[in-house]
Write a protein that binds this ligand. Structure first.
Ligand SMILES: Cc1ncc(COP(=O)(O)O)c(C=O)c1O
Length: 434
């Protein structure tokens, strides 16, 4: 819905955000920078700034922020070390178009965090990095098709935007108007957690270059891999000479310093990082075997004006410093388990059916089912009631988004978590009486 349709008649509780959205919609398509943000109810909020784990909107309301820019702000807003690093770098230039110290220093630090990798390629977004990984895998194997799993998101490019929100389990229809039809032919969408499906497909076909997966299915329910699944996928890929790619855009540096690779102890051939890696600035990276990533020296194009610029790498350096401090990941676990348990207790106290999944500082709340263990569960959850809950939370100063993923940063405090649980309880009461 646009800001200029019927919706304009609705009296907004956020008049200044409303006004800003209407004005923005006359210059920016949809009034905000992505179509997804435009779906926020009752309309997107406009923010003047953030501090730590809070955001302030145009109407002067403060929120505890669990969106964190859809994931990147793992240090919260305005982290002093990150601000200082970026300020220091910008005085010496934003980008040089050639080599510099941070380019290899930060690469070395990431390779220490992900010891199964030997090389880094810098990129700017998760979408781009996934595309590079696909191209590298195709070049390495001489094959064109690839496997992904239903409900997993690997960016919005033509080849990868397949099987993210399929309408039926067997449907691999394209997701965007204007997408090349060949995308649906080249991507094979399987069910998460069922290694036998992968085994069958790779036995039947010899044209599969790569298997892409989110090692924790963060985009559709925050679902951990079933026991032994990642290990089995690794074996099957090895048996068939297929490149295994972990899309750690969400999990990298978040569910452990060394991401899902560290947490589950399974080494893919290529790891993709983005979001948290530069604490809010736009940076992505591919990490992997030299034999794969060095193909870029041998005819595989990997380009980008902004790749590895010193400004974002200064931010990455500060982010790595902060995340390397003792106790950071233990604190993430404690705080997010506290939040998740608080949500579970509140749901139980209201006799409301819902599931709360949590892996590291990523928490997922869904309504309608008692457990969400795979993508088909996730698809059956009650998104409509959840959207109403979000609105009640927003009215009470909690910023979370549709889809149900809550991110914690190093800036969130125990007091904020407890406050949030209290508000969650109030919002459920409001939902019941609506
Ligand atoms: C797992 C995963 N991969 C890739 C992407 C795409 O990253 P970007 O939005 O930086 O292009 C996302 C974005 O949310 C993601 O969650």
């Amino acid at each position: 819905m646009t800001a200029t349709g019927e919706e304009t008649k609705v009296i907004s509780e956020w008049p200044k955000s409303r006004e800003a959205w209407e004005r923005a919609s006359r210059s920016v398509s949809g009034g905000v920078a992505t179509a997804l943000r435009a779906t926020a109810r009752p309309h997107p909020l406009f923010f003047t700034g953030g501090a730590g784990a809070t955001l302030t909107d145009f109407d002067g309301n403060d929120y505890i922020d669990y969106v964190l820019g859809w994931g990147p702000n793992i240090l919260g807003h305005g982290n002093p070390a990150l601000v200082a690093a970026v300020q220091d770098q910008i005085t010496r230039g934003a980008t040089y178009g050639s080599g510099h110290l941070l380019e290899f220093e930060i690469a070395e630090r990431l390779l220490q965090a992900f010891p199964c990798a030997e090389r880094v390629l810098w990129s700017n977004t998760g979408t781009e990095a996934n595309l590079s990984a696909l191209r590298i895998a195709r070049a390495a194997t001489g094959r064109e098709h690839f496997v992904k799993f239903a409900g997993h998101y690997h960016g919005w490019s033509d080849p990868m935007l397949v099987g993210y929100r399929p309408r039926a389990e067997s449907d691999i229809a394209l997701e965007s108007r204007g997408q090349a039809t060949s995308s649906a032919e080249l991507a094979h969408v399987l069910n998460w957690g069922r290694a036998e499906e992968l085994e069958t497909l790779l036995t039947e076909r010899d044209d599969i270059a790569a298997v892409f997966l989110e090692p924790v299915l963060c985009n559709s329910g925050v679902i951990e891999p079933p026991l032994g699944f990642l290990e089995r996928v690794r074996e099957i890929c090895d048996e068939h000479g297929v490149v295994l790619i972990f899309d750690e855009v969400i999990t990298g540096l978040r569910i452990a310093f060394g991401g899902a690779v560290e947490r589950y102890g399974v080494a893919p051939d290529i790891i993709i990082l983005a979001k948290a890696v530069a604490g809010g600035l736009s940076l992505a990276a591919l990490l992997g075997k030299a034999s794969l990533l060095d193909l870029t020296l041998n005819g595989v194009t990997h380009a980008g004006t902004y790749n590895g610029n010193p400004l974002v790498l200064a931010a990455a350096g500060a982010t790595l410093d902060e995340l390397s401090k003792p106790g950071v990941y233990e604190r993430f676990e404690t705080l997010s388990a506290r939040l998740a348990n608080g949500f579970r207790d509140a749901l139980a106290a209201h006799n409301m059916t819902g599931a709360v999944n949590q892996v590291g500082p990523v928490v997922q709340v869904t309504l309608g089912l008692p457990t969400v263990e795979d993508f088909s569960d996730f698809q059956k959850t009650d998104q409509e009631s959840y959207a109403k809950l979000l609105l009640e939370l927003l009215r009470r100063g909690i910023f979370a988004v549709a889809g149900g993923r809550w991110y914690l940063s190093t800036a969130h405090t125990e007091a904020q978590i407890d406050h949030t649980i209290g508000i969650f309880d109030e919002a459920l009461t409001a939902l019941e009486s609506a």
